[in-house]
Design a protein around this ligand. Sequence first.
Ligand SMILES: [Zn+2]
Length: 374
Amino acid sequence: MSYFPGHPPSFFLKQVKNLTSLIPVLYSADHLLHQPEFEFDRGTQIPYQEVARRIESTREALLKLPNTLEVNPQLNLTSDLIAQVHSPDLITHLINSSEAARLQSLSSNAKENLYLYPWIFPLNQRMRTGLIKSPDPTGCFSFDTYSPIGSGTWQAVLASANLAYYAAQLVASEKYKLAYALCRPPGHHAAKDMFGGYCYLNNAAIAARQLNQTMGRGVILDIDYHHGNGTQDIFWDDPDVFFISLHADPVDEYPFFSGYADERGGESAMGTNLNLPLHKGCDDQSYLQALDLALGAIRQFNPHWLVLSAGYDTCAADPSTFFGLNDDVYSVVGNRIGELQLPVVIIHEGGYAVEHNGILAARLLQGIIDSLNE
Ligand SMILES: [Zn+2]
């Protein structure tokens, strides 16, 4: 099912007796404006892994589920709303860098869209101030080389974040228990004033801030294979938003500099950050044990909502994983999350077994639905 962009028309809502049985799947075609060809992985040029097909395959799979409904929201997310989780300087930098890429593409008569790659990284404010004035400031606010900026990048990033924002609004309206935002680019590596790891704005954080303002305290559960360093950074000092992450041990895996178990939150929010790093070769049983620890902590926190940062790079078929999770485990993960009986906003994060993402996302979503409907 699908309907035109914008808010659900009132006649449509009146026709549906049980609104909570419908699951909005939020999608924007603007993600197609961001399609870098290559990335630098430890200095080596390789094809870009965060490809558009990841979202399209997931969209197809989710819309085959009964009761899912595609929603194409209008752009309502403003810079002021984004600035509730990101520094205004980062927002301005992303906008300006996209414009710089557009102008350079024009002046070089490049047939292909030109992408600017971060390659100098200012580590303190004085360097950053100097670099902003330079002709190639792309490295400002970036912490790695994985997030190039092209002329369409900002529009894609904004549309992606808008899906998260709108999904949060739908769930906060209490008309829907559950919504799935097909966000691309992903977001969980984007911090308050840093971008990297294919991420530019933190979609989960933008959703969480909206839910926090309307529904009170809540939890972000991050099940991507990589630690959600950006989300942790944004809510580090916030006792109202509990961030929990299950991920590959940063001793072995990106982002390496965060995701350790002793990172428990800032002074004003001690205990509201929980990292559960998992070992190489982690199997279904070990993973579910860690999930149960996370769910126990969530119940103790007594939240009013849950944002799920859903990455699928944990599955054995993913080219980037050291885990050995089977497809079936995603149904179980969904079941157990649904048993919390919380309003849930799902934010699409990583997952690089391109055609497999949809299968896993459908299992996860159906698992949550099954438990919510019990
Ligand atoms: Zn990941």
